[in-house]
Design a protein around this ligand. Structure first.
Ligand code: LLP
Length: 418
């Protein structure tokens, strides 16, 4: 079910007209449907009914505090990858015992903050990091609960830039180094290895790589339990994809059934770290046409959102569908929809059919709730887009667009230049 649909020929987010929003809020802006996020969370958790599962929202997908609070209220934990995300998770009322901290480069300061916050676990990616955590925990006189994030060397069959589970990727502990790191952990008095974690990539559209990786990891976990390791948790990461275009995704229930089959009889809590699935389909980017530039060979619709607002196309050749704000059955025309940023890669769609566009027309880019605003920047000294949350017929601005003074506030002149 989509929470974005036409009513009286005008695209709505839930019951709120995007046309009305576009007259009061300057485009470009992101608009999120709260009910879509709630529904996605519900669907995701339902898939694991009957298991002892904790769903930790991967905040990197969209770290707007209102979205985090919304998910916290649904019972979500958080998967964080920096002190900034951890602070935000705590501020948004996510309980420390529902927070896992991932990432290959946690600094000592971040480790200390995580340990004193008493979060559920740090997912460790190397022997070096394990030693660092032990040293920090010693100074704090604490024992650090950790999970070893292993790299199963399984191809997620997704875009190369979002693949993390191959031995050539920087992520996770190499499979053949696991015995060494386990031996090391036994010599570190401030480390308690309580879990194993795996995450092989993002936007997976098939269950096969998940199953390969999970099977490999479950075999490992069983061996470790047999060897006397007191494991409590198995973190199976995120990565479940969404349909941006024609992709056919397996139903979540099948994912859940596969996980149950592969992990059955394991006396462990399961952790999941979904990001995209929870918020991806819940967001749109609303943008206006600045010019329609007609050349001999093609028409460019130059819109006011640029790659600084939405990077997925420039970074991963992602294709996001576009809809006109006003549903129209009039003639369509072929366009390249491009942003105003001075980069050739600032192109959203090539050769797509849209109702004939003129200056000021609003178009809506779909499925931009995940990895949209968070990858944004102020490149070209452009003001980042505002964000709006809708629920039913309510709406609220949940991130304002800064003004130019705010954008410049962090800069200061080198004294010899003034
Ligand atoms: N857990 C770990 C350890 C991760 O590295 C990630 C994503 C997730 C969970 C959440 O994955 P998800 O459920 O969202 O697929 N910017 C890229 C995606 C980068 C994903 C990074 N890690 C994109 O726009 O496609």
């Amino acid at each position: 079910m989509s929470f974005f649909s036409y009513k009286d020929n005008i695209l709505h987010a839930e019951n709120v007209s995007l046309a009305t929003l576009a007259t009061t809020v300057k485009t470009p802006f992101y608009c999120y449907a709260a009910s879509a996020i709630k529904q996605a969370f519900q669907d995701y958790t339902n898939a694991f009914n009957g298991t002892n599962a904790l769903v930790c929202y991967a905040m990197k997908a969209n770290s707007n505090p209102s979205i985090i609070k919304l998910l916290a209220q649904q019972g979500a934990g958080a998967d964080v990858v920096s002190e900034g995300e951890l602070r935000l998770a705590l501020q948004c009322d996510i309980l420390p015992e529902k927070i896992v901290f991932a990432g290959v480069g946690k600094t000592k300061q971040e480790i200390a903050f995580a340990l004193t916050s008493n979060i559920l676990q740090l997912n460790v990616e190397s022997a070096e990091e394990l030693e660092s955590i032990n040293a920090v925990a010693a100074t704090l006189n604490l024992t650090a609960r950790v999970a070893l994030r292993v790299n199963p060397d399984v191809d997620a069959k997704t875009h190369a830039k979002i693949t993390t589970g191959l031995s050539e990727n920087k992520f996770g502990i190499a499979w053949d180094s696991i015995p060494d790191i386990l031996r090391l952990s036994k010599t570190l008095p401030h480390i308690a290895v309580e879990g194993i974690a795996v995450h092989i990539g993002s936007q997976l559209t098939s269950l096969t790589p998940f199953e390969q990786a999970f099977t490999k990891v479950v075999t490992l976990v069983k061996e470790l339990i047999a060897d006397g390791y007191p494991l409590k948790r198995l973190d199976l990461g995120g990565g479940f994809g969404i349909a941006y275009n024609e992709e056919i995704l397996p139903p979540l229930a099948e994912f859940g059934a596969m996980v149950k089959r592969v992990t059955q009889e394991l006396p462990l809590q399961l952790i999941f770290e979904p990001g995209r699935y929870l918020v991806g389909k819940a967001g749109v980017l609303v943008t206006s046409v600045i010019y329609v530039k007609q050349t001999k060979n093609k028409a460019f619709a130059v819109v006011d959102a640029g790659m600084n607002d939405f990077m997925r196309t420039a970074l991963y050749e992602a294709e996001h569908r576009l809809l006109p704000l006003h549903q129209s059955h009039h003639t369509t025309q072929q366009y390249d929809v491009v942003g105003p940023v001075c980069e050739s890669t600032d192109v959203f769609n090539r050769n797509i059919q849209l109702p004939t566009l003129t200056e000021g027309d609003v178009i809506v880019m779909l499925d931009t709730g995940a990895y949209g605003t968070v990858l944004g920047s102020a490149y070209n000294m452009r003001l980042p887009a505002a964000e709006i949350l809708v629920e039913g017929d309510k709406h609220a601005i949940i991130k304002r667009r800064p003004d130019y003074q705010e954008l410049q506030r962090l800069y200061q002149d080198a004294p010899w230049l003034t």
